[in-house]
Design a protein around this ligand. Structure first.
Ligand code: 26W
Length: 741
């Protein structure tokens, strides 16, 4: 079906008596029937990720097909507002950072014509739906398939069997088409079989029990083996020579979750193609690359030998052989014992998935300059010493098609006027200059997006915000290192200064939090409750007309699009050295928010590109923290700051109640006592005074509306670097060696 036939089909649709979901499926199915996925005769890159956070693909795909505007008009003539499909919930097959990045990469690769296919798991339930009940996060299954999945094509005939020691499962592929200059696919495997159900039921099932760990291992192997098996079979059927595999394929491992793909690859070469172990390792070294996304120890997977051996004995054997092989290699280059232990694949009866990846991968990259320096100096310092050419930085990026063109079409239109063909060549954003017209137009557009955001929040949560106020947003997964707690304290500091009359001319402000806490993360859920308690107190204070606090419920890709377009200030306040990169910071920069943040992750590069004078940097740096450790005493720090002490004491003085859950006292203790972490492990109290000062400076500067708009325009003009089009071009050239067709 071609475009005109598709549009005529939509025109002829009779919507009477059918549901939004049915209309959604009819239009999507018709669009998919227009497409066909044909693989090319060229070198491919394969991206393996345990999670993809694709969000609502409907608008994105219609835009990519170039029919979004016509469909919008056709529906309008039929009395249907295309926004009704917002209720089709996001396919949240990811939990945040690295899963959304994977989705951006696939979008950019297709848009720029690179042959990049994604491989993942088709979870029955994606990341839980967050409902805030009495200020607390409650998790509900995200039954995303109840809306149908019209953008995926089931490929039953390409199913394959995956063997565990105790049972087999069938991996059934579904291709979600990724539309751009060329059409690629995200291939998601669904597990079928009587015991298979649990394997693709939930994303990241809890892995604190042995059963949970085994399930996680099964998920990771299921994905790895289905992908590698398919890639090898396809290569053999086309070239009939396993040793030319790396000439036509390269594989990017998205964090450590798919690292068993390396062992599976070697297992197949040695046991099926009778390739010697030495040659199989060499072939693996030419085929795999690894991206590290975090230095948090809890995220660096190490699996007990006995767990792997219990369900995947062959994989355990390969990993042991690989360990011995690597130790021999390191002996030959006279590594010291402690260096060999820090690089060891097998150590303390556990397999280190990160060390396995670092040993085999020909490229190991971090996701922002500072992060890559940290993994070279700390996490993988020995490997960096002996294999320096392996280590690269590829700073993250986000697709500006979703995070600017789709979510802010008004700003995109303004950019069309002054930045030429920026949509296809994002570097042209540099032509978005500061002019009277651009200042005027930008202010109008930001005001409009704020009104739209206010309408969306009112409709979705019944909370009214002042769309003339400054909108600060702190939107990201709840984690202590991201310091949502510090923002909560800063708001209280400002609120109390207004109450006591110390702060008189504070410009009305709205603080929007958004993000989910991992279901088992006790302290993060306590922080959500604390934020909601603060919101209740402040929002219901009749005397207060200066501050509003909103916790965006069930923050997901669609909600993010609205908040990002409507925000003035992007709060990026992680403890320096802990946020590998961040990607929300880039999305907000593209939409004209200034960054109030610490020198961490990609914030550093954002400020480099847009200029310190157009952003607000504060807080301890990585170097400062290295000096502070061992000398910093939060309790005496509080004694010296009575106002901070008053604010922090609201956790335990009855100002707020956590309904007896013990959250608030536990948070208070984490700041003031050394429990399993040192007291105030993330330097929340230490950076708090500077944070409050920064928020007040932003507030003061905002009153000069035109000067503030100039900062925003400079951020937008310098945000092109943070498009995933640039990121993908770097991976394609420096790591994958693939061409855009
Ligand atoms: C919120 C805690 C957390 C930390 C790490 C959840 C999940 C992880 C994953 C294991 C890794 C991950 O998602 N890291 C994030 O990856 C993004 C994309 O590269 C980065 O922008 C984030 O800084 C990083 O935390």
């Amino acid at each position: 079906m071609d475009k005109n036939k598709f549009l005529n089909y939509v025109k002829d649709l009779d919507f009477s008596g059918i549901s939004v979901t049915e209309i959604y499926n009819k239009i999507s199915n018709a669009a998919v029937s227009m497409l066909n996925l044909k693989r090319r005769e060229c070198r491919y890159a394969t991206y393996i990720s345990i999670e993809y956070l694709v969000g609502n693909v409907f608008y994105n795909n219609l835009m990519a097909l170039g029919v979004l505007e016509q469909v919008t008009e056709i529906l309008e003539k039929k009395g249907v507002n295309i926004n009704i499909f917002e209720e089709i919930e996001d396919a949240a097959l990811g939990n945040g950072g690295l899963g959304r990045l994977a989705a951006c990469f696939l979008d950019s690769a297709a848009a720029k014509g690179y042959p990049l296919y994604g491989y993942g798991i088709r979870y029955k339930y994606g990341l839980f739906k967050q409902v805030i009940e009495k200020g607390c996060q409650t998790e509900y299954p995200d039954d995303w398939q109840k809306y149908g999945d019209p953008w995926s094509i089931k490929k039953e005939e390409e199913s394959r069997t995956i063997h565990f020691k105790d049972y087999d499962v069938k991996a059934v592929p579904y291709d979600m088409l990724i539309i751009g200059k060329r059409i690629n696919a995200l291939r998601l495997f669904e597990a079928e079989g009587e015991k298979a159900k649990e394997i693709c039921e939930y994303l990241y099932p809890p892995d604190d029990t042995e059963q949970g760990k085994l399930l996680r291992i099964r998920q990771e192997y299921f994905l790895s083996a289905a992908t590698i098996g398919e890639l090898i079979d396809r290569h053999i059927s086309k070239y009939n020579n396993i040793l030319s595999f790396s000439k036509y394929n390269c594989i990017q491992l998205n964090d450590t979750h798919p690292v068993m793909a390396i062992a599976e690859f070697i297992r197949i070469l040695t046991s099926i193609y009778n390739i010697g172990f030495d040659d199989a390792v060499k072939a693996a070294k030419k085929s795999f690359n690894y991206t590290n996304h975090t230095i948090m120890p809890e995220a660096l997977e190490c699996w007990d030998y006995k767990l792997i051996e219990q369900i995947l004995p062959d994989i355990a054997n390969v990993l042991i052989k690989l360990h011995n092989y690597s130790q021999a290699e390191w002996n030959n280059i006279s590594c010291q014992k402690d260096e060999m232990n820090s690089m060891a694949i097998f150590y303390d009866n556990k397999f280190s998935m990160a060390n396995t990846a670092v040993y085999i991968a020909s490229s190991v990259n971090g996701v922002a300059e500072i992060h890559t320096e940290i993994i070279k100096k700390q996490l993988f310092s020995a490997a960096n010493k002996y294999y320096p050419s392996k280590f690269k930085n590829v700073t993250n990026g986000v697709t500006h098609r979703r995070w600017l063109q789709l979510c802010n079409k008004e700003l995109s239109a303004l950019l069309d006027d002054s930045a030429g063909k920026w949509r296809d060549n994002i570097h042209l954003l540099k032509n978005f200059i500061v002019s009277d017209n651009n200042i005027k137009e930008f202010k109008k557009i930001k005001a409009l997006k704020k009104r739209q955001l206010a309408d969306y929040i009112l409709k979705r949560q019944g909370i009214k915000i002042d769309s003339e106020s400054i909108v600060y947003c702190h939107i990201k997964r709840l984690h202590e290192y991201k310091r949502q707690l510090m923002t909560a304290f800063a708001i209280l500091c400002i609120y109390y200064d207004i109450k006591t009359g110390k702060l008189t001319d504070f410009y009305p402000s709205t603080f929007i939090f958004g993000g989910k806490a991992a279901a088992g993360y006790f302290r993060a859920k306590g922080i959500i409750k604390y934020i909601n308690e603060i919101a209740d107190m402040i929002n219901n204070d009749a005397a207060n007309d200066k501050i509003k606090v909103v916790f965006a419920e069930n923050y997901n890709v669609s909600y993010a699009e609205k908040i990002i377009a409507g925000s003035d200030v992007s709060l990026q306040v992680s403890t320096a050295g802990m946020e590998a990169s961040g990607t929300g910071n880039m999305k907000l920069m593209m939409n004209g928010a200034v960054t109030a943040g610490t020198m961490d992750g990609a914030n550093i590069e954002i400020v480099q590109k847009a200029g310190k004078q157009n952003n607000y940097i504060f807080g301890a740096t990585v170097e400062d923290i290295e000096k502070l450790v061992g000398t910093y005493c939060p309790v005496s720090f509080l004694e010296k700051n009575p106002k901070l002490k008053y604010v922090v004491n609201t956790l335990i003085d009855g100002t707020f109640s956590d309904k007896g859950k013990g959250w608030f006292e536990e948070i208070y203790n984490s700041l003031t006592k050394t429990i399993w972490h040192r007291a105030d492990n993330y330097f929340v109290l230490y950076d708090l005074p500077a944070y409050v000062e920064t928020l007040l400076k932003v507030n003061e500067d905002y009153k000069q509306k035109d000067k503030f708009a100039i900062k925003a325009i400079n951020n937008i003009a310098n945000s092109g670097y943070f498009s995933s089009d640039r990121t993908i071009a770097e991976y394609a050239k420096d790591i994958w060696k693939i061409d855009s067709v």
